[in-house]
Design a protein around this ligand. Structure first.
Ligand SMILES: *[C@@H]1O[C@H](CO)[C@@H](O)[C@H](O)[C@H]1NC(C)=O
Length: 192
């Protein structure tokens, strides 16, 4: 056999082997959640941004990251708890996304970041929240939008983070957090 012919066959086999190997290597990145872009904040028109609870108004010229995804949900999913009123006249100014209802501060309800809200798939389902050494079960009624913000459709509020559980006062209270600290808490949550 011609030595050149033999070596080209050898190279061809090596090449195909590499292609096959490549097909079976798990793509490490497929589970990661990266920012989908960013927006530059515009100051809201007067009277359009309600500063109640943990909501903030967009700052002119500030860059905000957008997320269409959140980290994968596990048995213990790390998140940050923040405060939200779901009541009529509360910081959102409109009823909850899932059922177009308002909820009182005494109701155990939450909003989840866009990725976890999962196109309404968690609507009216319950989650368990663990934090401050306690556990509480709360109903998902709304989305904390991380895929957009700083416009009329989002009440001129900045985009939500992608690891946020925004909870009513009742949730904070059930976790035994003193009301002077109802701004941010490290929690774990899971589907109930
Ligand atoms: C919670 O917020 C803190 C402070 O902003 C941040 O450092 C931390 O990474 C957040 N935790 C999660 C799970 O996103």
């Amino acid at each position: 056999m011609n030595i050149h012919f033999a070596s080209s066959i050898f190279l061809l086999i090596c090449f195909q082997f590499l292609i096959i190997i490549n097909l079976f290597i798990p793509k490490v990145d497929t589970c990661a959640c990266h920012s989908s872009g960013s927006i530059i904040g515009k100051a809201p028109p007067p009277g359009t941004c309600n500063l109640e609870d943990s909501s903030a108004c967009c700052v002119d010229g500030q860059v905000y990251d957008l997320y269409d995804c959140s980290p994968p949900v596990k048995r213990r999913t790390k998140a940050n708890l923040t405060l939200q009123s779901f009541d009529y006249g509360g910081d959102k100014g409109r009823p909850a996304e899932c059922d177009q209802k308002y909820y009182e501060d005494g109701d155990l309800v939450v909003a989840l970041s866009t990725g976890w809200f999962d196109r309404e798939r968690r609507c009216l389902k319950f989650i368990n929240i663990r934090g401050n050494g306690r556990r509480v079960r709360a109903k998902v009624v709304d989305e904390c939008v991380s895929s957009g913000g700083c416009d009329d459709a989002h009440d001129y509020e900045p985009p939500c983070g992608n690891t946020i559980v925004r909870a009513s006062k009742a949730v904070w209270s059930a976790l035994g957090v003193p009301d002077t600290q109802w701004n941010r808490l490290d929690i774990h949550w899971s589907d109930a």
